[in-house]
Design a protein around this ligand. Structure first.
Ligand code: RAM
Length: 523
């Protein structure tokens, strides 16, 4: 897997204690709510479903609570929707006094396939320790079980690995104590379109379940604050839960632990202490500026933005230092920029687009916080745009090309359109061309799809944007998604950038943006 994240343990990092203190003071308290399962289900292999399984309801919860389980028994409990939280249940014995410990294995699935396909067969390149499973040995029965680990699931498989022949087990009072930092109320979706309403509903739940002590990318994996995900979550948060304080906290977390030269990391750990990861991505660092700019628009909090502007400015300076004398971002083969999970994608053109997009936001911020810098930034913006047109535009194909192989991809078009390179008519023509003559290097994640929809809307192609939201996110809803998935390629349901779909996240921050499109644009 050539795209596997590379780490560099040699980097020296700097802590900015004032910023970290501000972030700590903004740590949210979590709201919790108990939920019970809805039924017991049985999984059947089914090639007509996307992931190969369908659930059939086989018993009520009440009936299950009467059932006596013995070694080898296995059941799947369905919670009816996706939850993030702590599992509680009561385990009783039946028959003779329990003369041996009870060994249970619990497996948690955001989707049915995770509780049906054995984790032992997992061969992806991300650690298998992400797969959600827990063994329990209960020495004393009855036992009130409260799992200390947070899990993320709709389905819970309970397997009785071993009890003695003299007694059986009854499981009762199963509950999840679901947690989130999202507010209890969310404004209703204004759309009258039932399909968009359904999509919005799933999108809002996705965001809600990712909102914990930080905006997590996915509550199953990586359970972590990533800048690229934060940027999209903050947009959806603006039009739903409006927890601007959580966005503010996340901005201070990124600014609080940087590389020695000031570059912000691509992601942050917050336990046991704040630690910026040693992964640095060109686009993610640049997005600090965009998140800050949007935060100012939605919160009006001038003081925070004044304090964090130097961090944003530094990201722009560092990114500009990657450009050659002609104003082109230098390409390379290592994992330097994200854009999409797409192994064959050449990312130079898209990176140029991201840089232009973020320099524009930096100019808007500089006008207010650093007016003397504005002219220099405007000159650089012009230089970057001119270079993009001169070096990347291929008049004959009607597309931008990328890298020495002059590759044509969706990502390059989308990002250079979002960067507002070329005339308005030229940008519209590119978006139309993507329909007529789709590049082979496709979009692999809802993350890049988000940018595609944004580009359509920016070009005034509202109907097309709605149709695309419906066909892509609507398809996930039709496939039964309770929350939106990290990865979805309807043509290749097996696709995972990590080598197995068992480890994909099925409640993923970057997929929740239809709620922003629907609410912000009044779709
Ligand atoms: C994965 C996660 C995360 C994303 C990074 C680049 O680890 O899915 O959301 O931002 O990749």
């Amino acid at each position: 897997m050539s795209e596997a994240i590379q780490h560099n343990s040699q980097v020296t990092m700097t802590r900015h204690e004032d910023f970290l203190r501000t972030a700590e003071a903004l740590r949210p308290s979590l709201r919790s709510e108990f939920h019970q399962p809805t039924a017991l289900v049985e999984a059947h292999a089914d090639t007509n479903t996307l992931f190969g399984w369908h659930a059939e309801q086989i018993s009520s919860l009440e009936a299950f609570y009467q059932r006596e389980l013995t070694s080898g028994d296995s059941v799947i409990v369905d919670f009816g929707s996706h939850y993030v939280g702590y599992l509680h249940f009561l385990c009783q014995s039946a028959g003779s006094p329990p003369d041996a410990p009870a060994h249970l294995q619990l497996t948690f699935g955001e989707t049915l396939c995770e509780v049906c396909e054995p984790f032992s067969e997992y061969q992806g390149w991300l650690s298998s320790s992400w797969l959600q499973q827990q063994d329990l040995w209960l020495d004393v029965l009855p036992a009130k079980v409260e799992l200390p680990r947070r899990y993320c699931f709709r389905y819970l498989k309970i397997e009785v690995k071993a009890v003695s022949r003299k007694f059986r087990l009854r499981v009762e009072q199963i509950q999840v104590n679901a947690v989130t930092s999202a507010t209890e109320v969310c404004p209703p979706v204004p759309s009258r379109d039932p399909q968009l309403q359904a999509i919005d509903n799933v999108a809002v739940r996705t965001l809600q379940n990712c909102m914990q002590e930080v905006f997590e990318d996915g509550p199953k994996r990586d359970r972590r604050l990533w800048l690229g995900d934060l940027r999209l979550q903050a947009l959806v948060n603006d039009v739903t839960f409006a927890r601007h304080d959580l966005v503010r906290r996340c901005l201070y977390l990124f600014a609080g632990h940087t590389r020695e030269d000031g570059m912000v990391s691509a992601n942050i750990f917050v336990q046991p202490d704040v630690i910026a990861d040693d992964t640095f991505l060109f686009d993610y660092s640049l997005f600090f500026t965009d998140v800050l700019y949007n935060y100012l628009q939605s919160s009006g909090d001038i003081e925070t933005v004044r304090e964090l502007w130097p961090t944003a400015k530094r990201q722009i300076e560092l990114a500009l230092s990657r450009c050659d004398a002609s104003g082109m971002v230098r390409d390379s083969n290592d994992w330097w920029v994200f854009i999409d999970w797409q192994e064959s994608l050449n990312k130079q053109a898209a990176a140029q687009g991201v840089l232009i997009y973020c320099v524009q936001r930096a100019i808007w911020l500089a006008e207010q916080f650093d007016p003397e810098l504005t002219t220099t930034l405007c000159d650089r913006l012009q230089q970057l745009k001119t270079a993009a047109l001169r070096e990347l535009w291929d008049q004959q194909q009607g597309y931008y090309v990328s890298g020495t192989q002059r590759q044509v991809s969706w990502a390059s078009q989308i990002w250079l359109v979002l960067a507002e390179v070329g005339s308005v008519e030229q940008r519209r023509e590119i978006m139309r061309n993507l329909q007529k003559n789709p590049p082979a290097i496709a979009m692999n994640t809802p993350y890049l799809r988000h940018h595609y929809i944004a580009a359509l809307l920016q070009c005034g192609m509202r109907d097309k944007a709605i149709a695309e939201i419906k066909s892509y996110w609507g398809a996930m809803v039709d496939y039964g998604a309770d929350t939106f998935w990290e990865i979805f390629d309807p043509e290749h349901p097996e696709f995972s950038p990590y080598g197995s779909r068992l480890i994909n996240s099925y409640c993923h921050a970057w997929s929740c943006t239809p709620a922003w499109f629907i609410r912000q644009y009044g779709l």
